[in-house]
Ligand binder design. Structure first.
Ligand SMILES: O=P(O)(O)OC[C@H]1O[C@H](OP(=O)(O)OP(=O)(O)O)[C@H](O)[C@@H]1O
Ligand SMILES: O=c1cc[nH]c(=O)[nH]1
Ligand SMILES: [Mg+2]
Length: 232
């Protein structure tokens, strides 16, 4: 896990060849839906594992069949509260739950509009009760302009005052991190890698394209439902 001189409390995993190998697979345009989703699940599992190194654990005394010894038992790991931002956080959450299996989970829908405004349409928030000893992990693979996460984290902060609020994602653009840190300086950010920049359509470069579409397929308009503003 490495820090970045540009911000406080922002960490990436560029020092992990295994995570970089999975990221390379996700970036490649030849990687189809199934492999893309599996890659996100794997990243979630191993980022979750790396994240546990930042958590507090309890010391315990135990008896082996031969003698007494000391060990550790989960402390903070028992009090994790994951917020999953639809759609593409679903496979990342599935991976996180493999190492943070006690987590309670809240679901938020967010859909980003087109440039230059990038309005965020948030029509569904269903979250469990939040406690003071919770570590809240807001899980969204792509931090582009940061607007989705700013809106999501601000909504979540109204639900309580948890021990930590953390964002776990795959890729971030510097622009998005700066926007989030300006409004929410205490929020910690963990991403596989911080990429170079955003293009004029708000996509991360070099990035991996539209992560939701690559994981689940390009959406179509359904006339009976309200028009989601990210469709043509
Ligand atoms: O940092 P921002 O500029 O707000 O952009 C990032 C958001 O864009 C993507 O979601 P999208 O709106 O494409 O929804 P989807 O997951 O359903 O495709 C992504 O999953 C983030 O939530
Ligand atoms: O590069 C980006 C930016 C936003 N959302 C994505 O899926 N990809
Ligand atoms: Mg999308």
């Amino acid at each position: 896990m490495i820090t970045d001189d540009r911000w406080e409390g922002v960490y990436s995993f560029e020092d992990s060849p295994y995570l970089m190998e999975i990221l390379t697979l996700l970036r490649s345009k030849g990687t189809e839906n199934i492999k893309f989703r599996k890659g996100l699940v794997k990243l979630g599992r191993y980022m979750g594992y790396e994240f546990t190194k930042t958590m507090d654990f309890k010391k315990v005394k135990i008896e082996t069949p031969l003698e007494s010894t000391e060990g550790i038992a989960s402390g903070d790991r028992d009090h994790v509260y994951i917020i999953t931002v639809l759609r593409v956080a679903i496979p990342l959450m599935e991976g996180l739950l493999k190492t943070l299996e006690h987590s309670r989970v809240g679901i938020v829908s967010a859909s980003r509009g087109k440039a230059p405004d990038f309005d965020i349409e948030m029509s569904y928030i269903k979250v469990p009760h939040m406690r003071e000893d919770d570590t809240v992990i807001v899980c969204d693979p792509m931090i582009a302009t940061g607007s989705t996460l700013l809106k999501t984290v601000s909504a979540i902060k109204e639900c309580g005052d948890p021990k930590r609020v953390v964002i776990i994602g795959v890729l971030a653009a510097p622009e998005g991190i700066t926007a989030i840190k300006k409004e929410l300086p205490d929020v910690e950010i963990y991403v596989t890698k911080i990429d170079r920049e955003l293009n004029d359509k708000g996509y991360i470069l070099p990035g991996l394209g539209d992560a939701g579409d690559r994981a689940f397929g390009e959406p179509i308009n359904i006339s009976l439902l309200p028009l989601m503003h990210n469709l043509e």
